[in-house]
Design a protein around this ligand. Structure first.
Ligand code: ZN
Length: 78
């Protein structure tokens, strides 16, 4: 019996393994983003963006991490 690796695409915190993470929104937040941040639904990363910036914040330990993305941008190279 092969146990299929049923790892959801959902991101888990690499630090504590929690599945509860929120998106980090960069740039000037909209009012809605601001309200969502107040509710703890997302995190505001500020206006400074840089390459490789983390995209998720763990709800449990506050660790910032990036979600692994499929290298789709490299697929169509013409
Ligand atoms: Zn964590």
């Amino acid at each position: 019996m092969a146990l299929a690796m049923r790892i959801p695409v959902q991101t888990a915190c690499p630090s504590c393994g929690s599945r509860e993470s929120r998106r980090i929104v960069y740039g000037m937040p909209t009012e809605k983003a601001f309200e969502a941040a107040q509710r703890g639904e997302l995190a505001l990363g500020g206006c400074v963006t840089y390459p490789g910036k983390p995209s998720r914040e763990c709800c449990q330990c506050g660790h910032h991490f990036s979600r692994l993305r499929p290298a789709r941008r490299f697929a169509n190279s013409d």
